[in-house]
Design a protein around this ligand. Sequence first.
Ligand code: AHR
Length: 503
Amino acid sequence: MSSTLNAEIYLDTNRLISPISPMLFSGFIEHMGRAVYEGIYDPASPHADPNGLRTDVLALLREVNYRAIRYPGGNFLSGYRWLDGVGPRDQRPRRRDLAWQTLETNQFGTNEFIEFCRAVNTEPMLAVNMGTGTIQEAANLVEYCNAPTGTQYADLRASHGYAEPHNVKYWCVGNEMDGPWQIGHLEAPEYGAKAREAAKMMRWHDPSIKLVLCGSSNTVMPTYPEWDRVALELAWDQVDYHSMHYYAANRENDTASYLALAAEFESFVDTLTGVLRYVKAKNRSRHDVYLSWDEWNVWYKATTPGVDFQGGWKEAPHLSEEVYNLEDALVVAQWMNVFLRRADVLKIACVAQAVNTISPIHTTRDAVLKHTTYYPIMLFSRLANGAALDVAVKSPHYQTQKFGDMPLLDVSASYDEASGASAVFIVNRSQSESLPVTLRWQDRAPQQISAVHQMSGSDPKAFNSLENPGVIVPKSITPPVVQDGRAEMLLPPLSFTVIETCL
Ligand code: AHR
């Protein structure tokens, strides 16, 4: 590893990648484990509002500022009967959820989710069941949510207390239908055709909706990326986004490679970008489809097969309650760097998930904890506004087992022309070396750096707990001076730094 070289970051507001879609900062809540029950909805908590929503969780979700939240699954979706979750609560059935082997009480359903989204000030992103569900049931749900009263399902909504349509704009057409684990799994030609027909009916109810097609569940699926091509060719003109899912892991405890995972994330986006271009050309289409990375996160510690994936037919079992550490937060930060660097094609991204299950937020009955990953998600969501800058970076390199030679620095930047606000997001992947870095503003320089937020630590495995919640949190550090369009900083090893300026 080279430690003597200076790193250089070149910024120029004429060098833009694309506007940053605010929907890149979105979340996901599934009926899985304690995400819904005991997560966002917990009437027994001292923090519950009159609707049973956790006010302390709502406050954190507002702080993170998720622009949309995807619901109700996930694998749960593919066995879900949406009519179970609407209407008088005492008449809703208790059912076995086969995806997570959990007892589902249906006390929280579509209308409660819409109320929750309003309380958080976020867009609902609903998903329709393409496993056991029919295209008719999918269309009925759009009618229930978005049609004016006067017909069966809209009137049913009104009878449940919602005379005005919910106007849900974003809809996922199924979930991970490529996966043999999925209830009602389909092969690509069958899924592509079913999704197209569902999408047609859904749009006929409301032509303004935006639809997301199921892409590959991860890059190791034997059907990847052929699944994507086949499904897209069949449904292209009926959908607006194509989904990608990926969960990152450090199973071999190879931190050097783990910290270089942006290479893998970028190559996933590159491959699907190629598929999108190919299908658009092959279909002779003028229509564009963008990417929706609607499940992404670190997930590998709380996944003991046969234990964590199965709820033992209990209500709200503790499933996949991942405890995140410093290295996980650095992986999350560079994942979001990739969102900015590929903002031309990536338009939606949902952290999976938002509370308790594979989540940056953990609840007990009376307390909440912010895991390490909470902070990069919140910083990007609040500060990455406007357009993504095409940053030029000169960085020393280091060796990794999985990706070979990789730069020590992973960088992205945003610039909001309207306000002048700019932010630079930098991960130092080195586990041992502080790295001197020079920021060079090429076309226009700030007078000063307004703020620097930095997370770092010497132990990549350090984590926050209810007893010690402040082990890995961002600290405000003294901004370096800007002189002649340049600023010099020393970035500590294992660090994530956000530099705020006004240009
Ligand atoms: O988010 C947890 C699960 O991961 C989802 O239910 C599924 O879509 C994915 O495999």
